[in-house]
Structures are given as C-alpha cells and as structure tokens.
Design a protein around this ligand. Structure first.
Ligand SMILES: Cc1cc2nc3c(=O)[nH]c(=O)nc-3n(C[C@H](O)[C@H](O)[C@H](O)COP(=O)(O)O)c2cc1C
Length: 188
C-alpha cells in the first residue's frame, strides 16, 4: 500500500501526497510516526522493496526515492529496516538475479540503523553481505518454508530441501508442515 504512494509509476496525485520525494513519502512517514507514537520506535519496522516490480510497480528514480526514504526513516530509530534485494522480483523465481546485493549496499550509506536484507540468499551470500557490513541480518523466505531446520542446516553447511512453488499458496498442510528435518531426510 505504501509503495503505491512512494513510486511515481502509480502515484499520480497532485496534492501533498504526490509529486516530490517528500510528498510521496509523506504517507509512509506519517503512518510510521503514528504507529511509533502508540508502540514505541523499538517495536516498529518498515519493509521496502526498492526494486520490486510486483503489480507493475515502477519509479523513474528508484535510487533517489529510496535513499531519501531510507534517510528519513533513519531519523525515526526504527527497530529495523527490512529490504528486499533486487535479485527477487515480485513473487517469481528470478533466474536473472544480479550477483550483487545492490539495494542494501546503496541504502546502507543512507541508513545507519539495523538493516535486514532478504531475497535469494543462501548461507554463503548471507555471510558475505553481513561481513561486508551492508546488512546486519538476513531473512530467508522460500528456503525457510522448505527447511524447518534452516538455521541448523546453514550452521552445519548441510544441503537444503528444494522448495515446491506449487504448494506455496495452497490451502492444506502440504508444503507447510511436511518438509523433513535434515536427520529425518538422512534416515529415510
Ligand atoms: C509464499 C510466499 C509469500 C510471500 N508473501 C509476502 C508478503 O505477503 N509480503 C512480503 O513483503 N513478502 C512476501 N514474500 C516475499 C518474501 O518475504 C521474501 O522477500 C522473498 O521470498 C525473497 O526471499 P527468499 O529468496 O529467501 O525467498 C512471500 C514469499 C513467499 C514465497
């Protein structure tokens, strides 16, 4: 929802919520401040997908926009800023992933608080981005769905169960609670 205001591919408003970065970011920042006023900044976080193209989302200057937004969010002492790396587009598996985690690398220069990066990470790339200092934490989506013991597997450098996209959005427990733990799989 906030993205529709942030990005000029969808935001065509001519009031104080449209036009400049400042105006397009106003709704997100006002809403974030309002939530902070209730819960406290240490319990509020924001997730941004600066390169997301879901629903035909686009912006004419994503770097300018999202670095502005990150800098403004940086003044709010959020619990964290969560960023979806450009390697992941929409909800599709993207085989043309860039090897470089550009989003966090760039945003880090404008945001000194805690950054969580997500999008196409494996154990080695997660370690690399944290070592580089471009993110403080890494979140996993699809591999976590398919691996109930993902942290343990990453720690022990064990192979991962492949995920089955067909069951991601299904209405049964299949694909949600039946992926095996490493020991179960090894014993099978
Ligand atoms: C089944 C499924 C549902 C998702 N739903 C959402 C969502 O509602 N909001 C969101 O911001 N991201 C959503 N995502 C994206 C993930 O949070 C994550 O950014 C993405 O899967 C990339 O991380 P990964 O490469 O580790 O899977 C979803 C992903 C999957 C696979």
């Amino acid at each position: 929802m906030f993205d529709q205001f942030l990005q000029d591919g969808s935001n065509k408003r001519t009031d104080i919520y449209g036009g400049s970065f400042e105006n397009r970011a106003r709704f997100l920042l006002d809403a974030t401040r309002a939530v902070i006023s209730v819960w406290g900044s240490d319990r509020v976080a924001v997730r941004l997908g600066p390169s997301g193209a879901f629903g035909d989302m686009s912006d004419s200057d994503p770097e300018g926009l999202f670095t502005y937004v990150a800098a403004e969010l940086g003044k709010l002492n959020l619990a964290y800023l969560h960023l979806i790396e450009p390697r992941v587009r929409g909800n599709l598996d993207d085989e043309t992933r860039s090897p470089n985690p550009v989003a966090s690398q760039l945003i880090r220069k404008f945001y000194s608080g805690t950054i969580i990066a997500a999008g196409g990470f494996k154990g080695a790339s997660a370690e690399a981005i944290i070592t580089a200092g471009d993110a403080d934490l890494v979140a996993f989506g699809r591999d976590f769905i398919a691996n109930p013991d993902l942290p343990e597997r990453l720690l022990r450098r064990q192979p991962l169960n492949p995920y089955d996209r067909e069951t991601f959005f299904g209405g049964t427990d299949v694909g949600y609670i039946d992926y095996p733990f490493y020991e179960e799989r090894a014993a099978a």
